[in-house]
Design a protein around this ligand. Structure first.
Ligand code: HEC
Length: 134
């Protein structure tokens, strides 16, 4: 029996598409990461002292009971003065991804629908002013 290459290619394509639907897409979503190039966040309030002062108040209102007053926490995973040391240039991405997805397995809430982007970036402007030297 003769197998036509076009048919083989079509069969492979169909099989691959089904695999992508069944395995590829869900796992891609599950493993979406903060350092994914598709996620690129920028704080428009960077260096804005007024926003940073407002952000300190918001931080102490919404985040301090877990992350410590003024972001000073004795527990390294919760100490948000370590963001720059941990993530360097990727710090804004990690921040934005984490606050908009949470880390449910670790007790970090997802703030989507509770705090808007403007509020979150205002908090981030404050956090930028308290980063420890690497
Ligand atoms: C109910 C407690 C709780 C509250 C409230 C909370 N967080 Fe968190 N957050 C955590 C915990 C616990 C972690 C550490 C998760 C881990 O170990 O990976 C964390 C991690 C983070 C991280 C990632 C830190 C890193 O080094 O990777 C960021 C950014 C963050 N929180 C921002 C915030 C902001 C901003 C707020 C306020 C809007 C907030 N969190 C409120 C519990 C909380």
């Amino acid at each position: 029996m003769q197998v036509r290459p076009a048919k083989v290619a079509a069969a492979i394509f169909a099989g691959a598409s089904m695999l992508a639907v069944f395995f590829g897409l869900p796992s891609a979503a599950r493993y979406a990461r903060a350092d994914d190039p598709a996620v690129s966040a920028k704080n428009s309030y960077e260096g804005d002292a007024g926003q940073a002062a407002t952000g300190r108040g918001l931080f102490n209102q919404y985040c301090a009971h877990c992350h410590g007053p003024n972001a000073v926490s004795p527990d390294p995973p919760r100490d948000l003065r370590r963001l720059k040391r941990s993530y360097g240039e990727n710090m804004a991405n990690v921040f934005h991804f984490t606050v908009t997805h949470g880390r449910p397995d670790k007790g970090m809430p997802n703030w989507t629908g509770r705090l808007d982007d403007e509020t979150l970036w205002t908090i981030f402007a404050f956090l930028q002013t308290v980063q420890a030297e690497p």
